[in-house]
Design a protein around this ligand. Sequence first.
Ligand SMILES: [Cu+2]
Length: 238
Amino acid sequence: MKLNSRAALGASALAIIATVGLGAGPALAHNPDSSSMSKKSNKVVTLTANLTELNGSGASGTATATIRNQRIKHIEVHATGLTPDAPHAQHIHYGEQALNECPTLALDTNGDGRLNTVEGVPAYGPVVVSLNTTGDTSPASFLDVTRFPVSQNGVLNYSRDNIRFTAVAGTGYPGEGGTGKAKEIAEAVRNGEGVVVIHGIDYDGNGTYNFSDPEGASELDPNLPAEATDPAACGVLR
Ligand SMILES: [Cu+2]
């Protein structure tokens, strides 16, 4: 008898759980809005940037990116008119507080007639992705010039697959160090706020980036000439 009543209690408890479960089941199944929304955010977005010259470089080109969620499935950058046979650092820039556009000489705050990389930040924001050829693609690699593409005769053809967005400090979000989450940054770039910038401009055309030219050292790294880091072309991924 005791065993039987325990069994009966167990069965009714299971029945209650089953009822609750069934109640929740149809509610989820009948929520087509949430399922179609998640499909929408999963779709692949294709963006294109028309790259135009900065600092009178004469460079131009295009960048195209296909992005799904927090992953760049594929990105290509094609440009001509760059400093020949020299490495060109290139990035996706984005800042929550930035204008999300390419800078003009109006941002030449020190009035030296060149727009250096830092002066352009109010327009394009900090680096969020390093468009390099191998290895880490986070902002940590933003000036590892040995891993960026070299223009052949001034022509740069670059492509890479499967780049993941990462959390980036200093992107202007409220919270610790202005850190943007990978998801927030990816969403902003998918929404047309990412800016592709190609760096490297041999102002005097002497064939190398060097310190002895009037521009001197980079504001970003005293071990690099400014010619290696000044922006040469820019375009918004829309
Ligand atoms: Cu950059």
